[in-house]
Ligand binder design. Structure first.
Ligand code: CP
Ligand code: NVA
Length: 309
């Protein structure tokens, strides 16, 4: 097995293709153990602190339950109750928390906050979502695709919608795992240019193809997996109305899905807005695997924690 002890999990770019694949395989093994009722407590007596500066259902519950299942415990730390809410520096918070905890998970706004936290912390730091990345979600998504399709390399994933944190992590994951990815966004809502270039660079190692367009039909053509996310992410709520206009022709619905492969999988990290980025028929239809995805947050994060803490 690979040794990832002590490593941060901030973005998939920091992990080699072999390491990403190792975490997915470990997630599948931990899932099997859990379903078989095998007790597995590698983190007995350890504590994870979970700092939340944004709302969460899946991330909070899956980390907390996952830590419990691995023999440890988790602390929910809301920004409103911590002294960071009153201006205590992130670096001080990181050093103090490192004296009590064995790992820190944080969901925050700017990516530089997590970089700062990780630099000052002496325990592993896990990214529970920033404005630019959502690596835990992408890891569990590729696990879910592997479970459903039996392979990853050479598959085509189409992402239709906002060039946000979700697509950034899906892009880097695709590059690391040899998945071909086509991204359709409206003009002005493209993914970050630096992350796209970095993903293309890493894709050379696996042969993954990365393609960007403003045409949803082109992106979705012959796709094995169709993925979308909300049009206005957390922190961008005030842009909702403008975005509804810009994204009007980017809804994943039955008409658009016709261009995908007939056995395509529909995915969404959730929470979803039915009738906006996806039609009710598609998200609640027979191609949708959204709840398998949500479940795998638990298993994938247990793998990250068991490997790094
Ligand atoms: N997908 C996801 O991260 O969900 P939460 O915001 O509920 O954690
Ligand atoms: N892109 C969404 C993902 C939520 C899990 C957001 O950042 O709000």
């Amino acid at each position: 097995a690979l040794n990832l002890k002590g490593r941060d999990f901030l973005a998939l770019v920091d992990y080699t293709p072999e390491e990403v694949r190792y975490l997915i395989d470990l997630a599948i093994e931990l899932k099997r153990k859990q379903k078989a009722g095998e007790v597995y407590h590698p983190l007995l007596g350890k504590t994870l602190g979970m700092i939340f500066e944004k709302s969460s259902t899946r991330t909070r519950v899956s980390f907390e339950v996952g830590m419990y299942q691995l023999g440890g415990q988790a602390l929910f730390l809301s920004k409103n109750d911590l002294q960071i809410g009153r201006g205590e520096p992130i670096a001080d918070t990181a050093q103090v928390l490192s004296r009590y905890l064995d790992g820190i998970m944080i969901r925050t706004f700017a990516h530089r906050t997590i970089i700062e936290l990780a630099r000052a912390a002496t325990v592993p730091v896990i990214n529970g979502l920033t404005d630019t990345n959502h690596p835990c979600q992408a890891l569990c998504d590729y696990q879910t695709i592997l479970e459903h399709k039996g392979r990853l390399e050479g598959l085509k994933l189409a992402y239709i919608g906002d060039g946000n944190n979700m697509v950034h992590s899906l892009l880097m994951g695709a590059a690391k795992l040899g998945v071909n990815i086509s991204v359709a966004t409206p003009a002005g809502y493209e993914p970050d240019e630096e992350i796209v270039q970095l993903s293309k660079q890493h894709a050379k190692e696996t042969g993954a193809q990365i393609y960007l367009t403003q045409d949803p039909k082109e992106a979705i053509a012959d796709a094995d997996v169709v993925y979308t996310d909300v049009w206005a992410s957390m922190g961008f709520e005030q842009e909702q109305q403008d975005r509804e206009k810009a994204f009007a022709s980017f809804q994943v619905n039955e008409a658009l899905a016709k261009y995908a492969k007939s056995d395509y999988l529909f995915m969404h990290c959730l929470p979803a807005h039915r009738g906006e980025e996806v039609s009710e028929g598609v998200i609640d239809g027979k191609h949708s695997i959204i709840f398998d995805q949500a479940e795998n947050r638990l298993h994938a994060q247990k793998a990250i924690m068991a490997a790094t803490m």
